[in-house]
Ligand binder design. Structure first.
Ligand SMILES: [Zn+2]
Length: 247
């Protein structure tokens, strides 16, 4: 392939811009905010699920407490009724009197047990409530953090987008001025060789693969016309002669 030395040199500018675009893309992907946002969102999902479970548990516990309180009330009413019978002096049989007294005693024990249950449920409700509150306030903090991290990410992305847009503009000016076949070869090689399609020959070394050319290859390059498009024998990239080639 033939191309003017100027067109070949422009490939090096193109390669610089493509390297810059590669770095910008790499920085876009590597922004620390991406991982931070993912982490915050995951934690928020976890908290949302556990808050939903705690809310459900809270209404279960309310029902449980109401039931236990009603049980206490029922026993208390019975004790009251038995006491009235006892105090009313209507019972004359000693046997019946004894039965009534023992019933009151067993009802009192029952009341004590039921009151324990009420206290236990109340304690569980309190614990549940405070866990729910701390989950809710952590979610509020996460929401605020997400807002600021997202804003930071968007600002970083906007700055990188602007850099990329400028580089792309410079690239298209150079690409438009380049011969089509040369550009096509460059783009093909760029795709094959990790984003670098052309390299300078500098101090007898290919800047693409960093290998120093041997005498045979250097002699071939010396003999080649200046508009001949050369390729590095090692990495196959377009090899562009410069004033510092050391030929
Ligand atoms: Zn090379």
């Amino acid at each position: 392939m033939k191309a003017s030395p100027e067109a070949q040199l422009r490939l090096l500018e193109l390669a610089d811009i493509d390297a810059e675009l590669g770095r910008i893309a790499h920085r876009r992907r590597g922004l620390p905010e991406h991982a931070e946002i993912t982490g915050l969102e995951a934690r928020d999902t976890e908290l949302r699920d556990s808050a939903a479970a705690m809310t459900a548990q809270s209404s279960d516990l309310s029902r449980e407490q109401a039931k236990a309180e009603a049980d206490v009330e029922q026993v208390r009413t019975r004790i009251e009724r038995d006491r009235q019978r006892l105090d009313g002096g209507m019972i004359s049989s000693p046997k019946e009197l004894e039965n009534l007294q023992s019933e009151i005693q067993s009802l009192q024990r029952r009341q004590g047990d039921l009151e324990e249950i009420v206290l236990d449920v109340m304690e569980r409700r309190e614990t549940n409530q405070s866990s729910l509150e701390s989950a809710t306030s952590e979610r509020a903090r996460i929401e605020a953090d997400l807002r600021s991290v997202t804003a930071a990410r968007d600002a970083a992305l906007a700055a990188l987008d602007e850099q990329a847009a400028k580089a792309t503009e410079r690239r298209s000016v150079i690409a438009e001025a380049s011969p089509g076949d040369l550009l096509e070869l460059y783009d093909k090689l760029r795709a094959q060789h990790g984003g670098v399609g052309a390299a300078a020959l500098r101090l007898r070394r290919c800047q693409g693969c960093n290998l120093t050319l041997n005498t045979v290859d250097l002699n071939a390059i010396r003999a080649a016309p200046e508009d001949e498009v050369l390729r590095c024998e090692e990495c196959r990239r377009i090899l562009v002669r410069t004033t510092e080639s050391g030929l």
